[in-house]
Write a protein that binds this ligand. Structure first.
Ligand code: NAD
Ligand code: AHE
Ligand code: ZN
Ligand code: ZN
Length: 374
C-alpha cells in the first residue's frame, strides 16, 4: 500500500509582512520521482526573512518557508531509485538533475530542470503537496523546511552520512555551504590573499572560515554591528571594521588599509550600496568581488564601468557554487572530520512554535543562526 496523507505542524506564511502562524497542514504522499521527508531541524536564513518581508519578486503566499533543513526519508514515490526510507538527507534549493544543459555544462551548479515551477511555489507537475482543509499552500525554494514533513523531488535531496548530527548539518543546507563555497569554489581564493567580507552574519562568518581554509593572509570583516566582531575574529578575521566609524566611504578606507585594495571581496548583506563598496575596494588590475547577498525587487547595482575596465571583476554566486547531490555530502564528511565547526553559528535553538522569535532575533542582530528542533 502506498503512503497516506500526513497531518502535521507547519509554520505558514499567510501573507507578506505578517508573522508565521503554526497550523496543522496536510502533506500528500510523494508522487512519481518524489520523496517525503521528516524534518529534524532547520536553520532560519536571512533569505526566509527577505521573502516574508514581501521584497522577493518570487514570493508567493500562503507558503511554507524554510530552506536550511535536514531530515530523514519517510516515504518514496514511484521511480525513486537513489533514496530509501531511513536515509538522512539535506534538502537542496539548487537541485542537481545531472542531465539538463546547466548540469551538463560543468560550468555551474544552477540546475534548471525544475527552476520554473520551483520559483512559482509548485512541485514539478505544477501542483502543491501541502494543503489546509483542502486549500493549497505553496512550497518555497522547493524545500519548505518550516514543516514537520515536506515533499521534494529526488533531485532536490543530498544523501548524507547517517552519523552526522542533523541539528547541526542543517546549516550546510544553505548558510555555511554558501559562504565557504563562495570563497573556495566561486572565487577560488589563493593562499596569501587579502580578503574583505562585508556582513558578518551566518554567510559572512562562513566566508571567513572559507578564507582561512584557503590560507588568506588578511581577512577584513566589515559590519555595522560590532557585536559580530568577536566571533568573526575567533573564526579567522584578522581585523574588523565598522563603516560608521569613518567619514570616508568604506571602500576608500579599505584601499588605504591594504596598499591599493583587496584581492577578493564578498558582499554578504543584500545591500546594493554595499555591493558597490565591495567592488570598489578591490585592487586595480585583478581584484574580484563576489555578490552573495540577495537584494530586493527593483533594486539595481551600479559603478563606473571604469572600475571594470581597469581590471576589477564583479560576479555572484548561489549556494556557493556547490552541486548539491555530488558535492554537499563531502562538506558533511569534512565537518565530521573536524575541518570546521558548526556549533559556533548556532546562537539559539527553539521549537517550531517559537519560530517568530528566530526572525525577531535576526532583525535585532542578536543571532547568527537560530535552529528549529522538531
Ligand atoms: P544576517 O542577517 O545573519 O547577516 C547580515 C549581516 O549584515 C548582519 O551582521 C548585519 O549587521 C550586517 N549588515 C547589515 N547592513 C550592513 C551594512 N550597511 N554594512 C555592513 N554590515 C551590514 O544574514 P545572512 O543569513 O548571513 O544572509 C546574508 C545575505 O546573504 C542575505 O541577503 C541573504 O539573503 C543572502 N544569502 C544568499 C545566498 C546565496 O546563495 N547567494 C545564500 C544564503 C543567503
Ligand atoms: N527569488 C529572488 C532571488 C533569491 C535568490 O537569489 N536566491 C538564491 C539563494 S538565497 C539562499 O538563502 C539563489 O539560489 N538564487 C538562484 C536561483 O535560481 O534562485 C529573486 O530576486 O527573484
Ligand atoms: Zn539561505
Ligand atoms: Zn540539471
Amino acid at each position: 500500500m502506498g503512503a497516506e496523507t500526513i497531518r502535521c505542524k507547519a509554520a505558514v506564511a499567510w501573507e507578506a509582512g505578517e508573522p508565521l502562524s503554526i497550523e496543522e497542514v496536510e502533506v500528500m504522499p510523494p508522487q512519481k520521482g518524489e520523496v517525503r521527508i521528516r524534518l529534524m531541524a532547520t536553520g532560519v536564513c536571512h533569505t526566509d526573512a527577505f521573502t516574508l518581508s514581501g521584497e522577493d519578486p518570487e514570493g508567493v503566499f500562503p507558503a511554507i518557508l524554510g530552506h536550511e533543513g535536514a531530515g530523514v526519508v519517510e516515504s518514496v514515490g514511484e521511480g525513486v531509485t537513489g533514496l530509501v526510507v531511513g536515509d538522512h538527507v539535506i534538502p537542496l534549493y539548487t537541485p542537481e538533475c545531472g542531465e539538463c544543459k546547466f548540469c551538463l555544462s560543468g560550468k555551474t551548479n544552477l540546475c534548471q530542470k525544475i527552476r520554473a515551477t520551483q520559483g512559482k511555489g509548485l512541485m514539478p507537475d505544477g501542483s502543491t503537496r501541502f494543503s489546509i482543509n483542502g486549500k493549497p499552500i505553496y512550497h518555497y525554494m522547493g524545500t519548505s523546511t518550516f514543516s514537520e514533513y515536506t515533499v521534494l523531488p529526488e533531485i532536490s535531496l543530498a544523501k548524507i552520512n547517517l552519523e552526522a548530527p542533523l541539528e547541526e548539518v542543517c546549516l550546510l543546507g544553505c548558510g555555511v555551504t554558501t559562504g565557504m563555497g563562495a570563497v573556495i569554489n566561486t572565487a577560488k581564493v589563493e593562499a596569501g590573499s587579502t580578503v574583505a567580507i562585508f556582513g558578518l552574519g551566518g554567510i559572512g562568518l562562513s566566508a571567513i572560515i572559507g578564507a582561512k581554509m584557503a590560507g588568506a593572509e588578511r581577512i577584513i570583516g566589515i559590519d555595522i554591528n560590532e557585536n559580530k566582531f568577536e566571533l568573526a575574529k575567533k573564526l579567522g578575521a584578522t581585523e574588523c571594521i565598522n563603516p560608521k566609524n569613518y567619514e570616508q566611504p568604506i571602500q576608500e578606507v579599505i584601499v588605504d588599509l591594504t596598499d591599493g585594495g583587496v584581492d577578493y571581496s564578498f558582499e554578504c548583506i543584500g545591500n546594493v550600496d554595499v555591493m558597490r563598496s565591495a567592488l570598489e575596494c578591490c585592487h586595480k588590475g585583478w581584484g574580484e568581488s563576489v555578490i552573495i547577498g540577495v537584494a530586493g525587487a527593483g533594486q539595481e547595482i551600479s559603478t563606473r564601468p571604469f572600475q571594470l575596465v581597469t581590471g576589477r571583476v564583479w560576479r555572484g554566486t548561489a549556494f556557493g557554487g556547490v552541486k548539491g547531490r555530488s558535492e554537499l555530502p563531502d562538506y558533511v564528511e569534512r565537518y565530521l572530520a573536524g575541518e570546521f565547526k558548526l556549533d559556533d553559528f548556532i546562537t539559539h535553538t527553539m521549537p517550531l512554535e517559537k519560530i517568530n522569535e528566530a526572525f525577531d532575533l535576526m532583525h535585532k542582530g542578536k543571532s547568527i543562526r537560530s535552529v528549529i528542533h522538531y
